[in-house]
Design a protein around this ligand. Sequence first.
Ligand SMILES: [Zn+2]
Length: 113
Amino acid sequence: MVIEMKCPICEKGDLRNGEVEEEMFGVALGKFPAEICDKCGESFLDEEAMTKIEHKAKELGIWGLAEKLKVVKSGNSLVVRIPAKISKFLDIHVGDEILFYPEGKKKAVLETI
Ligand SMILES: [Zn+2]
């Protein structure tokens, strides 16, 4: 017997077993089993898949890369310190030039060049 589950997002589609390609910070983590809505395409991972993703991200050294930073003042500028693990991941070194620009009112991008 197959138990049909309705998609909690669109509430119209049925969830089917499939696989989704997961990535974190642009790094591919591999394929994981998921339930995928046949209408809106939203995918849902179970706890086991979430744990596997966490393990893979930790293995690749990218788990917990997102961090809250404090803005401090230096002269007339505002300074944000780039945490070591992020500068390592981005391969940024002292003296490098980087591009920094807003992407909307609530988001900015720091791009290595
Ligand atoms: Zn759906």
